[in-house]
Design a binder for this molecule. Structure first.
Ligand code: OGA
Ligand code: NI
Length: 347
């Protein structure tokens, strides 16, 4: 048999092998333990209908969002306002992109986390010991004019379709940030203002089928570093969220998006709202595509808990820091369950 040639992207590596390469095998104490996961629907995260967010029942929807942010850090939304054809288009070009020939995909490849547009694999191949079962395309999306000309131009509809989705996702993120601010008793504009000029990143995650899912992760347990994440997933399960010390499967619900609180909203809310551990497991049957939109502060924004949420009973939980400072720390630390936020406690 010809020796295997190391391929930078997992998609091309798996095409050559029927087992998980050693580079992707987790040590025994650090494997997914797939038998020990809550999968019943009752254990799931809250599902919130956004239809009445703009109307006389707004208060009730805002309260439901606040409660979910406080107790789960995760929820799903329906009637979110992003048209079905925009969502379906996004998933379609994502799949087309990852099915392009290797030579075409490799034009976008980089392992430098500082690049605004890049295709890569795992999480950070420069620093991690074991790789993850994932390839991903990362794109900066806002302000869109600054980046769209650097996005992939193949498939030919990529820029138009992804541009439309990312604008819709931004509009939804802004509506959610208003509701979240309101649910904390703050000005509606509080969170968006605290995020400075703001930024928006998208990952297009591609998880190929995995011959031995018990040995590796799509993504190991981590918390998102940004403010709020809007996750679009195709029909394949894989996301799991930590709840009461157990892993709970967040199975896809048709036409719903998964929303989660990232570290910046935890900091800005002075720990009222929680950025929660989540992970991705893979399966041997089907490839899986997910598209998280990470809405975040601009690098120079100074993050500091809202004054209105600090009092004798709730002392200041974080010193002020810039998002740049935080983000550099996050990529260097690698994905792990320890929270990067703890490095920013006062004193
Ligand atoms: C992430 C993430 C979840 C998924 O990219 O940060 O948590 O289902 N993704 O791919
Ligand atoms: Ni995540």
């Amino acid at each position: 048999m010809a020796p295997t040639i190391a391929k930078p992207l997992l998609s091309d590596l798996v095409a050559q092998t029927g087992q998980v390469p050693l580079s992707h095998v987790r040590p025994v104490g650090d494997r997914p333990d797939l038998a020990n996961v809550d999968t019943e629907s009752g254990a799931g995260i809250p599902l919130i209908d956004l239809k009445k967010l703009n109307g006389p029942d707004r208060r009730r929807v805002v309260e439901a969002i606040g409660k979910a942010c406080e107790s789960d850090g995760f929820f799903m939304v329906t009637n979110h306002g992003i048209p079905t054809e925009v969502v379906q288009g996004m998933l379609r070009v994502a799949r087309e992109f990852f099915h392009l020939p290797e030579s075409e995909r490799m034009k976008c490849y980089s392992d430098d986390p500082k690049k605004a547009i890049r295709l890569s694999t795992s999480f950070n191949v420069r620093t991690e010991k074991v790789s993850n079962w994932r390839d991903f395309l990362r794109l900066h999306c806002y302000p869109i004019e600054s980046f769209i000309d650097q996005w992939p131009s193949n498939p030919p509809s990529f820029r138009q379709v992804v541009g439309t989705y990312s604008k819709e996702a931004r509009a939804l993120a802004l509506r959610l940030l208003e509701a979240i601010s309101e649910s904390l008793g703050l000005e509606r504009s509080h969170m968006v203002t605290a995020m400075g000029r703001q930024a928006q990143h998208m990952a297009v995650n591609y998880y190929p089928p995995c011959p031995q899912p018990e040995l590796t992760y799509g993504l190991p347990g981590h918390k998102d570093p940004n403010a709020i994440t809007l996750l679009l997933q195709d029909g394949v399960s894989g996301l799991q969220v930590q709840r009461n010390g157990r892993w709970v499967a967040v199975n896809p619900v048709p036409n719903a998006l998964v929303i989660n609180i990232g570290d910046q909203l935890q900091a800005l809310s002075n720990d009222r709202y929680k950025s929660v551990l989540h992970r991705v497991i893979v399966n041997s049957e089907s490839e899986r595509i997910s598209v998280p939109t990470f809405y975040c502060p601009s690098p120079d924004a100074v993050i500091s808990p809202a004054g209105g949420l600090v009092d004798d009973g709730h002392p200041l939980a974080y010193r002020p820091f810039t998002y740049q400072e935080y983000y550099d720390e996050f990529w260097n630390m690698g994905l792990q369950s320890a929270s990067c936020l703890d490095r920013f406690r006062p004193g």
